[in-house]
Design a protein around this ligand. Structure first.
Ligand SMILES: [Zn+2]
Length: 485
């Protein structure tokens, strides 16, 4: 069965038409973070959905060329830098680093490219595109010296969002600084410099200024992926105006269909409410780690609900994630024990398939239900349902000594395959180097003696070897990667 996705453009489930995985890489563009503050867990829900999409494509044999942009110049980054009294780049650099750190914590695969909007190569491309739009009559410079897209000249404007332009006209408020636009819905391609921009300015045929947010994505995607993108993702809040504007700009310049499949991830709620700093329910990845949860647990909690369904984040949900992962860990440990019984007695009643052709505990044929569920518009809840059903069945078989060594091996192989998509295995199952383990043990000992100085020295030595030690209620835990504290 072919892969199928819900396309926001058509509002229908469509088959993925690139049927031959070896024909060429899938061109995937995902709108990345705006680096004016630390990304919140709602942002990461979308990035985890995109990670799942990439991994499922790869499981199915596709090569994926993924681009994720970094928005390092727009209104919020400029305001933030001004308020902090530092240059724009100094201001954005810290949040860029934080984004990569959090993505690593959540085991999100790295994109092939992370273009930044302030890179001269892309600024040149933005200017080139804006010039092209002006020469086609699709853009104009207004009296305020800014350049705007003329949406009345692009009949498809509003099709992605299923948005009626006349509505925009009748309900739109005319802000005083927008008086010189021809249409209230015309959006800025190039914003003329004003005092509030400070040092943030580039030369252009229209005078000093900076790009609008939307043109950044059109420029970076066409520069790196060509005129046409196979799959473009983002959160539902990106649909309008951001993605609508991307279509207008890109298609306005190239005359070709910009994106084949538009996939959008639903909102994340916290305790049933929209996340907001004022409500005290605004969480970043470090906020969750500070409550003694791991990146793996948060990954599971953000992954387990279908991407088109709003996800309600709760601490109870985090505990459920922890329990689910513990079940997987225990199951794997049991399977490994059975698989390692080199000269074990043959299991009783070993059978390899049931009447319905569904995999049984002892089947050696890898089960495909998990992968099939993900082919169906990334139906992760069905896929996980199948995983836990398999865990129940195989545990029962192991309880009754009905699992032979070969079957245990087959299940472990199956897990290895589906875990390329899930990436949920416990860190400790990644072999801890002997030296690191020894240092950690020594550290445990000196901590019992309350020798904190020596404990800190050992932590630094462990960290220098690329491992992080975290002290929790259940003792210290080792994880790969740099520390977040
Ligand atoms: Zn974008």
């Amino acid at each position: 069965m072919a892969l199928r996705f819900f396309n926001t453009y058509s509002r229908e489930i469509e088959e993925f038409e690139l049927r031959n995985p070896t024909a060429r890489p899938v061109r995937l563009y995902t709108c990345g973070p705006t680096v004016y503050s630390r990304a919140h867990i709602g942002n990461f829900r979308a990035y985890i959905f995109e990670d799942l999409l990439q991994r499922q494509l790869e499981l199915r044999g596709y090569k994926v060329h993924r681009v994720m942009n970094i928005t390092d110049v727009e209104d919020k980054t400029i305001r933030g830098a001004r308020e902090a009294g530092v240059p724009l780049q100094t201001f954005t650099e810290q949040f860029k680093a934080a984004f990569f750190e959090d993505a690593h914590t959540l085991r999100i695969k790295r994109a092939d490219e992370y273009p930044a909007a302030t890179d001269q190569r892309y600024l040149d491309r933005m200017i080139e595109m804006i010039s092209g739009l002006i020469s086609k009559g699709l853009a104009y410079q207004a009296d305020d010296k800014s350049v705007y897209f003329r949406i009345n000249k692009f009949p498809d404007y509003g099709k992605l969002a299923h948005f009626d332009l006349t509505q925009l006209q009748s309900t739109g408020r005319v802000k005083h600084d927008e008086y010189d636009k021809e249409h209230i819905g015309d959006f800025a391609l190039w914003k003329a410099w004003d005092e509030a921009d400070g040092d943030v300015k580039w030369n252009s045929p229209w005078g000093l200024g900076r790009p609008g947010w939307h043109i950044e994505c059109s420029a970076m995607s066409t520069a790196l992926l060509g005129d046409q993108v196979d799959i473009h993702c983002g959160g539902v809040d990106n649909i309008f105006p951001h993605h609508e504007a991307e279509i207008a700009q890109s298609e306005g310049v190239t005359g070709k269909k910009f994106v084949r499949y538009w996939l959008h991830c639903a909102h994340l709620l916290v305790d049933g409410q929209k996340m907001a700093k004022s409500l005290g329910n605004f969480y970043t990845v470090p906020d969750i780690l500070a409550k003694d949860y791991t990146g793996r647990e948060l990954r599971y909690a953000l992954l387990r609900v279908h991407y088109r369904v709003p996800l309600n984040f709760t601490w109870e949900g985090m505990n459920e994630a922890r329990e689910s992962l513990a079940r997987i860990d225990e199951w794997l440990a049991r399977l490994r024990k059975v698989a390692e019984k080199a000269n074990a007695e043959p299991a009783r009643n070993a059978s390899h398939s049931d009447a319905g052709g569904r995999p049984t505990a002892n089947t050696q044929r890898p089960a495909t239900a998990f992968e099939d569920a993900l082919d169906d518009d990334l139906n992760i809840s069905a896929a996980l349902g199948f995983l836990f059903e398999s865990i129940r069945e195989t545990n029962r078989a192991m309880d009754q000594n009905e699992m032979d060594e070969a079957s245990a091996h087959a299940w472990l192989e199956w897990w290895k395959r589906i875990n390329t998509v899930l990436d949920l295995e416990a860190e400790t199952d990644v072999a801890i180097p002997h030296e690191v383990a020894q240092l950690a043990e020594e550290r445990e000992n000196v901590r019992r003696e309350k020798n904190w100085k020596r404990s800190d020295e050992l932590r630094d030595r462990i960290s220098a070897l690329g491992w992080q030690v975290r002290d929790t209620k259940d003792g210290s835990k080792l994880t790969r990667g740099a520390g977040t504290e």
